[in-house]
Write a protein that binds this ligand. Sequence first.
Ligand code: 13P
Length: 249
Amino acid sequence: MTNKILFIANWKMFGDLDSVKSIKSVINLSKKKKYKKAKIIYCPPYTLLDKFVIKTRKTKLCVGAQNCHQVINTGPYTGAISTTMIKKIGAKYVIIGHSENRSNGETNNQINKKIHSAISNNLNVIFCIGENLFEKKHNRTNNILKKQIYLGLKQIKKIDKIIFAYEPVWSIGTGKILTNKELTKQIIIIKNIIKNLFKKQKTKIIYGGSVNNRNINNLKQINEIDGFLIGGASQNSKKFIDIIKKTIN
Ligand code: 13P
């Protein structure tokens, strides 16, 4: 693993005003010298973004949104939030291309526009890629990943603000994970796809899908990954802290 280890909490459609308080213990942990290596980013639902920004002000924690609209500023898009709005509220990251949005019809073309919008607003992008079970069973994983990367990053020249999150769809919320050997192999393949496009630029790649405080000791052995995108287990500060502690120990 590289110098900084990313721990990105994707709260999905969970969390209320009370749960904001629960991150205090994570903030306290981040202040300890030992955990300086941990880069902790919270992606709560839109309704809590400002509360998280306020709560994490003057701490090392960062805040991100879980999605955005592709139109950069404002417009007649009911229910949508632009990257300008996300930026103005004080968040620094945005998750784009999550499979839960792809499965609702989000296309690679839309994802590409969203990434352009985020980058032009100087936001960091957590760019999710991953194959579903059907694609995996039909040996299409590498083609799918290649397509997601090529189309998602069309006309993107620099990847210094992009974190690649490999999240096999069949692994999200299921408890099923590739073996370390398989995962390492897959990450290397992804890195090669990226290298083909972006030559010598540095790649940050994290893993997501059923990461928890029981399998982290095993997952952390994989040198090729720079951190984790954590769903369910990140909503509980005790479990989230346990994951961070076990990784860094
Ligand atoms: P789980 O950790 O709940 O499997 O979710 C992973 C995920 O989708 C993070 O973006």
